[in-house]
Design a protein around this ligand. Sequence first.
Ligand code: PLP
Length: 440
Amino acid sequence: MADSTKPTTNPETLALHAGYRSDPHTGSVAVPIYQTTSYEFQDTGHAANLFALKELGNIYTRIMNPTCDVLEQRVTAIEGGAAALAVSSGQAATAMAIQNIAATGDNIVSSTNLYGGTWNLFANTFKTFGIEVRFVDPSDPENFRRATDDRTRAYYAETLPNPKLQVFPIGEVAAIGEELGVPLIVDNTSAPVICQPLKHGAHIVVYSTTKYIGGHGTSIGGLLVDGGTFDWEKHADRFPSLNQPDPSYHGAVWTEAVKPLGPIAYILKARVTLQRDLGYALSPFNAFLFLQGLETLPLRIREHSRNAAAVAQFLQGHSEVVKVIHPSLQDGENRRRADTYLSGGYGGLVGFELAGGLEAGRQFIDALQLFYHVANIGDARSLAIHPASTTHSQLSPEDQLATGVTEGYVRLSIGLEHIDDILADLDQALSSVRSAVAAE
Ligand code: PLP
């Protein structure tokens, strides 16, 4: 039984209660949607204190909002972090996580196993900002050390990247980062609750809340969570923007300014400089929808995981399928990492390769009836995509292979329907591939 004198760390409880009890003005139990741009100051002294960060409070919804604040507090509690910042998309969260500490002439070292949008941001858009991204194979964590120099500002990776679904060695790379003075940023979008990257040594977590946190395919959003564990002052030469006077905030030195507030230099700077200047703000309405999603996230992710494991087993024995990609079917070091870093399930994603290649991939997708054919993951509904004819079709066959996509590869995001109905749809779609191939 939990000790009632200590704050709970159970995600099921935190997802419902952390950061809010009821509205002090109305008693509203549901978190209200504070659909306001601005907040009345009590007097000029109060206003001056807020702007000078002597007191933390609401100024303008681009920078903070009470509905977004509850979402931030709730996710911070679940992750075991120090503070969070809600933003308008997962892409905004990743961009801001890096831009907050890297500038022209700097570099970051990133795992090669990335969501395609992140890959583009890193390989192309960051290049135009003068930020170099050094891509390394995460199968050997030491590759991160080898790529580090004195202009390296962060390590970046995804906990459970698709299509390969090989869990990232969070603890190993975080330890290298601790040694060299480089924080590890982890995108935990595909593994909320089943992985808490901060507990394994990561320093910053980012999310596309669009996926499992929202959970119902309705809203785009993102989050950055600051673990509060990275010693920015110890590595002052590497992080001048946190340790030297910031001209954009009348000379504030962020590591000094936060001393009365806690270890939140990174996230406070992100909020009051980048969020202020670039305006990646999340709408309060979307924050409300994410809060609603969060309430059932611990339940849902377990059920997604259970269904996905059953799908992996089913596909494994199917004659049209040459390979199934799911952590439960991995062995060796990949399996060890999956079992070290994931608990309570392996997540909702499954990949597989059809014997019939490109044509079979197309036929399979077209034959699905229950699954939606969409470029998304993490919906309550089951989703499928054939990357070679869609998301990866602009890549050369060699580049497709490097990202883990073969011509017959299909990605499934397994939903919360009854497992019998999920398997029946997969079975009939696979049969139609079989009959199409047989009729040729
Ligand atoms: N990170 C991962 C792992 C994703 O799958 C995605 C989107 O598919 C993103 C980030 C980007 O998120 P958003 O679409 O909310 O910008």
